[in-house]
Design a protein around this ligand. Structure first.
Ligand code: PEP
Ligand code: MG
Length: 582
């Protein structure tokens, strides 16, 4: 009899394979009394385990090669920093000495003391860091006990019959291990913990792997080597497959592969609705290396380059020269297509230690000195970036986009800085685009509501719906406890989107949308009906959205979409929207 467990699907697609169950290290360990003579060897055993983990991190870093997978690197570095923390290492050694106990016991006791401090913190982001420490402690325990870490799993994996690919099943997966999953033959992963905004989920999306997270009980249900299906679209893992079910999923998988092949044929097809309206499909990039994938997907340019990832995972912010090279790399790959570079959007859930170190921790990071506010408060930092962007603009069409704009005053101040950067480049005889376009992200409700007063100051605008939803609905986008209230289809959100598009159209200001909504095919027709003609999304989503565009008739959309906006709540809008999507 088949069983299934439901969680939250992340990414797209279906994977059929054998479960590789990664046993969690048990935190419920016995205390052993260590004789006085054995205390130093016990400490050495603990230190050897720490050294082993350090070595594993080195291997992981080397596996990254030249590819600056900034998020992955940042996670490894974060764990490597925690591994050096005296609160974890020295304090554990002290406990072994003072309490004459075994290293595992001392480590778990110390972790519980640290965890209690995390629990007392109000801030959700910092609270989440407890999971990072927990994963690290788990790693050290496994090293102490000689049980498998992912690296040992991978060595064994290569000795197993590989009639089917492997799906990793774990209580949780350390972000650093996600890289190994990509480097090896895992075709998906399933975890008991996690939410769509957790680190592992973010990485899964950027690695293009299907995943199901938040499964709660899967880990105890599935046995090693058992054949399972992981369906990210339905957010479900199915096991104990009989022949009929196996055939069903195998044919779905074949269909999926066929669909992918068919989609590829759309690469060179112009994105036009059935009634002839051209739609621009742009790419969101996190790193310069993503530009190639964006081009492969046939994008019309870059609608959002998240420059803050260049600032992560390093001690100092990147120099003007480093930034210039990164921006130039993207512009050269894009070969004449426009590239929208967003200036540094650090803060809130995207902490950049190279900048935030030494600053106090704000009570509410999402409402604090972040993005353009921070750049205006740190003119030297901002000037370095502006000079780098301007210099790169000599190599192709660049648009400069300012994040978290709340009203005209920030654009006016930013423009003043841009002017100063231009003057300094001019005096040095350095080339740049004198007419560079300057735009604003519309992601703060005040900017959306008073868009009329902003359009006179900008050359283009882009709706940042990820944040616009968070601020409009007062839902922290990183907090799993309120994640169910994060509703892109809330009438207030949709009305803001509609009004911004209308106001921009009236003012002849190009408007795009670069939040996650742009890549959701179930929302493509809704957005077309709201008047959107420019979408910017993750490269893997471009062809799917193009397919919907090619099958849509604009003339059939505006009236039903107008009716949707009069409905009182997201749930009703979602139900009605389904009719529009058939
Ligand atoms: C947004 O807020 O919609 C956006 C695209 O930017 P980010 O997700 O980087 O905040
Ligand atoms: Mg944003």
């Amino acid at each position: 009899m088949a069983w299934s467990v439901t969680g939250i699907g992340v990414g797209e697609g279906l994977a059929l394979g054998r479960a590789w169950v990664l046993a969690p290290a048990s935190f419920d360990l016995p205390r052993r009394e260590i004789a006085a003579l054995d205390i130093e060897p016990e400490i050495q055993r603990f230190q050897a385990a720490i050294a082993q983990i350090e070595e594993e991190f080195e291997v992981l870093r080397a596996a990254l090669g030249q590819e600056p997978a900034a998020e992955v690197r940042a996670f490894i570095d974060l764990q490597a920093v925690v591994l050096q923390d005296p609160l974890l290492v020295e304090a554990t050694v002290d406990r072994i000495r003072k309490e004459s106990c075994n290293a595992e016991w001392a480590l778990v006791q110390q972790f519980q003391a640290v965890a209690a401090q995390f629990d007392a913190i109000e801030d959700a982001y910092l609270k989440e860091r407890k999971a990072d420490v927990e994963q690290l402690v788990e790693r050290v325990l496994k090293a102490l006990q000689g049980t498998e870490n992912l690296s040992t799993v991978l060595a064994q994996q290569s000795r197993q019959p590989d009639d089917l690919p492997w799906i990793l099943v774990a209580r949780d997966i350390a972000p650093a291990d996600m890289l190994l999953i990509r480097e090896h033959q895992f075709v998906g992963f399933a975890t008991d913990s996690g939410s769509p905004t957790a680190h592992t989920a973010i990485l899964a999306r950027s690695l293009g792997l299907p995943a199901v997270v938040g499964l709660q009980t899967l880990h105890g249900m599935v046995s090693q080597g058992e054949e399972v299906v992981l369906d990210a679209r339905a957010g479900v893992v199915v096991g104990s497959l009989d022949d009929a079910l196996r055939d069903h999923y195998a044919s779905q998988q074949a269909e999926q592969a066929l669909e992918q092949e068919k989609l590829k044929r759309l690469k060179t097809v112009a994105a036009k609705t059935l009634d002839g309206q051209a739609i621009r499909l742009l790419a969101n990039l996190d790193l310069p290396d993503d530009a190639r994938a964006a081009l492969e997907a046939g994008c019309d340019g870059v609608g959002l380059f998240r420059s803050e990832f260049l600032f992560m995972n390093r001690q100092e912010p990147p120099t003007e020269e480093e930034q210039f090279e990164a921006y130039r790399q993207v512009i050269l790959v894009m070969a004449g297509r426009p590239v929208t570079i967003r200036t540094l959007d650090s803060g809130a859930d995207k902490d950049v230690p190279a900048i935030s170190a030494g600053r106090g921790h704000p009570t509410n990071p999402a409402l604090a000195l972040r993005a353009i506010r921070l750049c205006l408060a740190e003119p030297e930092l901002f000037m370095t970036q502006l000079r780098a962007i301007l210099r790169a603009s000599a190599f192709g069409p660049i648009r400069l986009m300012i994040p978290l704009v709340s009203g005209p005053q920030e654009i006016i101040a930013a423009r003043r800085m841009i002017q100063a950067a231009m003057d300094s480049l001019r005096s040095q005889g350095l080339a740049f685009d004198q007419a560079i376009q300057v735009g604003a992200m519309i992601e703060v409700p005040s900017a959306a509501i008073a868009i009329d007063s902003l359009v006179a100051h900008i050359d283009f605008a882009s709706l940042g719906t990820n944040d616009l939803i968070q601020y409009t609905l007062a839902i922290d986008r990183t907090d799993s406890e309120v994640a169910h209230l994060y509703e892109p289809l809330h009438p207030a959100v949709l009305r803001l989107i509609r009004d911004v598009i209308k106001a921009c159209d009236r003012a002849n200001t190009p408007i795009s949308l670069c939040g996650e909504m742009a890549g959701e095919t179930s929302l493509t027709r809704l957005l077309l009906g709201l008047g959107l003609r420019e979408f910017s999304m993750h490269p893997i989503e471009i062809l799917r959205v193009k397919q919907v565009v090619l099958r849509s008739t604009l003339g059939d959309l505006s009236r039903p979409v107008g009716r949707l906006l009069r409905l009182p709540e997201g749930k009703k809008i979602r139900a009605e929207l389904q009719k529009l999507n058939v």
